[in-house]
Ligand binder design. Structure first.
Ligand code: ZN
Length: 453
C-alpha cells in the first residue's frame, strides 16, 4: 500500500522539521518534505491532511487489556493498590472467559488507537494452573484484527505467598515448568524478532517481588535471554515492595532485582514510583527502563514516579496507560497530557517540555520494546503515524499547533492512523469496528462478570 499524505499543518519529525507531506512506500516512510507530488508512474493513494498534525504513533508500554471491562468498580474506587487488587482484578479474573477477554481486548485496543497509539504492550497475567491458551489467543486475535502492534508481556505467578487476592479467590498458581513450557509454545507460534515486528512476546512475571521465587526469576531471565526476549514486571508501585524485599530477602527491591538477574537494557518496569537515589542509580547504570503510568498512580494514590531525576540520570523513560480498572480513560494522550503537567506541579514549570514528553510517549517506548524502526518519523522508518484533526474550535486558538493535542488533552480526534503503512483508522473510523456493537458486547461482558458475583 502506497500513500502520499499532503498538506498537514505540521509534522513532528526531527529529521524534517518543516515537512508537511509524507510519502509511504511498502510500509515505510519514503519521503518527508513539502509540496510532494504524485506521478502516474508511481500509483499511490493521496490523503489530504489539511487541518491535521502528524505525529509518530504513540507507544503504550504497559496495559492490562482484561481490565477494560472492570472500570470504576464501586468497591475499588477509593482503595489503594493492595485492597484494590483484591476488590477488582483478582475478584473478576477467574470469571474472564476467552470471549470476555476478546471483547475487553477489542475495547482497550480501540481506546488506545482512537487516542493515537499504534503499539500496545499488554501485561497479560490471567494465567494459573488450568488456564486455557484460548485466553491469550483472544488478545492476539483482537490486535491482529485491529492492526495494532502487540507486545504480549506474558505474566505469571508461581507463588501465592503475599498475593492475598489470589489466595482469597482460590487461584492455583502455575509451576515454573508450566510457565516456561507455555511461554515457549507462544514464542513459537507468535513471536517475531526485529525492530519492526508486529507481534512480540515478553517474559513478565506479574510482580517481581510477590509472584515468583528468586530461582524462578533467574530461570525466567535465563530463558528470556537465551531466546532474545525482553523482560518486564511491576516494581515499586507502592512502598510495600521495598518492605517485602527487605523482610524476605534482606535487600532493597532494586538490589533484589539485580540479584535475580532482573536488571539490564532488556528489562523495563511499570511504575517504579518509590525509587530512591540508589534505585535510580542502579536502573541508569544497567539501562533498565520505566513505564511511567501517571493516571493509574494518581488514581490509586501511589505517588508520582521520579521520572525527572530518572531522565537526568539516564534511565530510559516510556509512558503507559496501565489497566483501565485504575486508569479509566484508557487513553495514551491522557498519559502524555498528565505527564506534561504533573511533574511541573511538583518541580516547577521548566522540568518538562512538550517535545520531551512526546518523545517519551513514542521513541522512548519503541526503544524499550525493541521496536526501534518505529517511534520517530524519518525516511526509512516504519510508517507508524497518526493524524490528529485540529481543525476544531478548541484547537483553533492554539499558537503552537503541532503540540495542540498534547497541551489541550482529551477529547482528541484521530482522523487517520497507520501501522507499518497499513491504514488502521480512516476518516475517524477504527478499521471496520462497529462502535454500537462493541458497546453492546462490552455491556454484556460486564453483566456476565457480575452474574453470581
Ligand atoms: Zn499494571
Amino acid at each position: 500500500m502506497n500513500y502520499l499524505i499532503q498538506n498537514a499543518v505540521a509534522v513532528h519529525s526531527d529529521e524534517a522539521p518543516g515537512a508537511r507531506d509524507i510519502r509511504i512506500r511498502d510500509g515505510r516512510i519514503a519521503e518527508l518534505g513539502r509540496d510532494l507530488t504524485s506521478t502516474p508512474e508511481q500509483p499511490e493513494t493521496v490523503i489530504d491532511a489539511s487541518g491535521c498534525v502528524i505525529w509518530p504513533g504513540l507507544v503504550n508500554t504497559h496495559h492490562h487489556l482484561a481490565q477494560s471491562i472492570m472500570k470504576g468498580v464501586p468497591a475499588g474506587l477509593n482503595q489503594g493498590l493492595g485492597e484494590w487488587l483484591s476488590s477488582v482484578p483478582y475478584r473478576f479474573w477467574p470469571k474472564v472467559t476467552p470471549e470476555l477477554m476478546y471483547h475487553a481486548a477489542r475495547l482497550g485496543l480501540y481506546e488506545l488507537i482512537r487516542s493515537g497509539a499504534t503499539t500496545c504492550a499488554d501485561h497479560h497475567y490471567l494465567y494459573h494452573a488450568t488456564t486455557s491458551p484460548e485466553l491469550e489467543e483472544a488478545v492476539w486475535q483482537a490486535a491482529d484484527e485491529l492492526g495494532i502492534r502487540l507486545v504480549l508481556c506474558r505474566g505469571s505467578a508461581t507463588e501465592t505467598g503475599s498475593h492475598e487476592g489470589m489466595i482469597e479467590h482460590r487461584i492455583e498458581p502455575e509451576t515454573i515448568e508450566q510457565v516456561i513450557d507455555r511461554l515457549d509454545a507462544t514464542r513459537r507460534k507468535h513471536h517475531q524478532d526485529g525492530p519492526d515486528a508486529m507481534k512480540k512476546l515478553v517474559v513478565a512475571p506479574t510482580s517481581l517481588i510477590h509472584s515468583s521465587t528468586p530461582d524462578g526469576l533467574k530461570a525466567q531471565a535465563q530463558w528470556a535471554r537465551e531466546h532474545g526476549l525482553k523482560m518486564h514486571s511491576h516494581l515499586l508501585e507502592v512502598e510495600f515492595d521495598e518492605i517485602q524485599a527487605r523482610e524476605k530477602y534482606g535487600l532493597s527491591a532494586i538490589d533484589y532485582a539485580e540479584s535475580c538477574d532482573w536488571l539490564g537494557p532488556d528489562v523495563w518496569y511499570a511504575h517504579l514510583v518509590h525509587s530512591d537515589p540508589h534505585a535510580i542509580e542502579r536502573l541508569a547504570a544497567c539501562g533498565t527502563g520505566i513505564a511511567h503510568c501517571p493516571t493509574s498512580n494518581c488514581r490509586l494514590g501511589s505517588g508520582i514516579a521520579p521520572v525527572i531525576d530518572m531522565q537526568k540520570a539516564g534511565v530510559p523513560v516510556s509512558l503507559a496507560v496501565d489497566g483501565s480498572a485504575s486508569a479509566e480513560s484508557g487513553s495514551m494522550l491522557q498519559e502524555l497530557n498528565l505527564t506534561w503537567l504533573i511533574h511541573r506541579a511538583v518541580h516547577g514549570p521548566d522540568v518538562t517540555t512538550l517535545e520531551q514528553v512526546l518523545d517519551w510517549g513514542s521513541r522512548g517506548g519503541a526503544e524499550l520494546l525493541g521496536l526501534g524502526d518505529t517511534g520517530t518519523l524519518a525516511v526509512g522508518k516504519a510508517a507508524d503515524l497518526v493524524l490528529y484533526d485540529i481543525d476544531q474550535p478548541r484547537f483553533a486558538g492554539v499558537h503552537s499547533p503541532l503540540m495542540a493535542p498534547l497541551m489541550c488533552g482529551e477529547p482528541v480526534t484521530v482522523r487517520d492512523s497507520f501501522v507499518q503503512g497499513r491504514q488502521i483508522v480512516k476518516d475517524g473510523r477504527v478499521g471496520d469496528l462497529d462502535e454500537a456493537e462493541l458497546t453492546r458486547q462490552v455491556r454484556e461482558s460486564v453483566a456476565e462478570l457480575l452474574a453470581d458475583a
